[in-house]
Write a new protein. Structure first.
Length: 375
């Protein structure tokens, strides 16, 4: 069974899906767990399990908790499998005893109603249902504490990438202090493979209200709170796009405050960083659109390097056209969607803080053309 939701746009549809197959993946990985090495260096699943996963989980969602691709996510996954195993054992024991009682003491023909034998106290039984739950709680506590301490106390390598993450209603700001880059909504990080480890440390705070940064396949949730700095780290094992979500209700458009993490090969990340560090492209053919942008309220909220726009209330647009989406990942970026969003942002995100610009059709076309040149 599969559950899926989609964000419909002027051109294109962006899927946001959750699949019922996640539970099947978790069950298979639980059995496969017995053959794995420690979480920081997982071994490949046996061929049988790999084949079963491929056959059953073709539509596995990109936000699956059961498909970890970074060390913190592996720790969480292994802990989840331990909890699942213990809870499954408890369920089987309780359900088995209940089934036995229902069958063994079911009503039969000729049964004479009489009061059963009364047992007033049993030291063995009372010790069992006291000691066993205590031991289970202690095991779960120690396992959870170990994951927390191992994750929180991981050494900070000298070559680690540092990114400042700032939560806004309803978008994400990413700052790379050592690289001189400021961007929005799409986080780029390098792949950290066993031979060239380079984790990314995210230093988080909020500009307004409480948020929560959660990319299930890379790490656990981390609260993003005003006047409080929290730090987490990720080390993607392979290149690809990892999706997440603000996991703390932050206002009417909380559901569309999405997260997109691009794990790039080292060479690709270096190329992306070099392009982002350059000033915004100023295409002479789009000069009219730049003039429209600069004489309207756009410059009060947005920054475009090399122009009069130095606003910080909204996303930095210096390299807007290099992104795949707008509106915090909820709308694919193309000229039609961008034009419609500038004209009426509330059409895509009711409650968004960006006002409708009320530009005439000519100016709307000009500013859209200009923004699409900002690679």
């Amino acid at each position: 069974m599969s559950f899926a939701a989609t964000q419909t746009t002027v051109e294109g549809t962006l899927p946001i899906s959750w699949s019922g197959h996640e539970m099947a993946l978790g069950a298979l990985n639980f059995f496969a767990h017995l053959t794995r090495l420690p979480a920081h260096n997982p071994a490949p699943l046996p061929a049988l399990f790999h084949a079963l996963l491929s056959a059953l989980l073709i539509d596995q969602p990109p936000t699956s908790l059961f498909a970890p691709e970074a060390t913190p996510a592996h720790y969480i996954f292994d802990l989840s499998m331990l909890v699942l195993a213990i809870c499954t054992a408890i369920f089987l024991v309780v359900a088995g005893l209940l089934a036995y009682a229902l069958v063994r003491f079911r009503h039969r023909r000729g049964f004479t109603v009489r009061e059963p034998a009364q047992i007033y106290g049993s030291t063995q039984v009372e010790l069992s249902w006291t000691v066993i739950p205590i031991l289970i709680v202690v095991v779960l506590f120690l396992a959870t504490a170990r994951v927390i301490f191992v994750t929180e106390n991981a050494p900070h390598p000298s070559n680690a990438l540092n990114v400042v993450v700032i939560g806004h209603q309803y978008w994400w700001e990413y700052r790379y202090p050592k690289l001189g880059i400021v961007t929005a909504n799409e986080l780029h990080v390098p792949v950290s493979d066993p031979h060239h480890t380079r984790p990314t440390y995210l230093t988080m705070s909020s500009a307004d209200t409480d948020h929560s940064f959660w990319v299930p396949r890379l790490a656990g949730k981390m609260d993003v709170i005003p006047n409080k700095v929290n730090v987490m780290w990720i080390d993607p094992e392979k290149a690809g796009l990892f999706l997440g979500q603000c996991a703390q209700y932050c206002g009417v458009e909380h559901a569309k405050m999405l997260i997109r993490v691009y794990a790039d090969a080292p060479a690709d990340f270096a190329k992306w960083a070099a392009e982002q560090a350059r000033p915004a492209v100023q295409d002479p053919s789009a000069a009219e659109g730049r003039a429209v942008f600069e004489r309207n309220a756009c410059i009060n909220c947005h920054t475009i390097s090399g122009t009069l726009a130095h606003g910080t209330f909204g996303p930095n647009l210096s390299h807007l056209a290099s992104r795949d989406t707008i509106a915090s990942g909820s709308v694919p970026l193309n000229p039609a969607n961008l034009r419609a969003f500038i004209d009426d942002p509330a059409h895509f995100k009711p409650g968004v803080l960006m006002p409708a610009m009320h530009l005439n059709q000519h100016d709307l076309d000009a500013v859209t053309k200009y923004l699409m040149t900002l690679h």
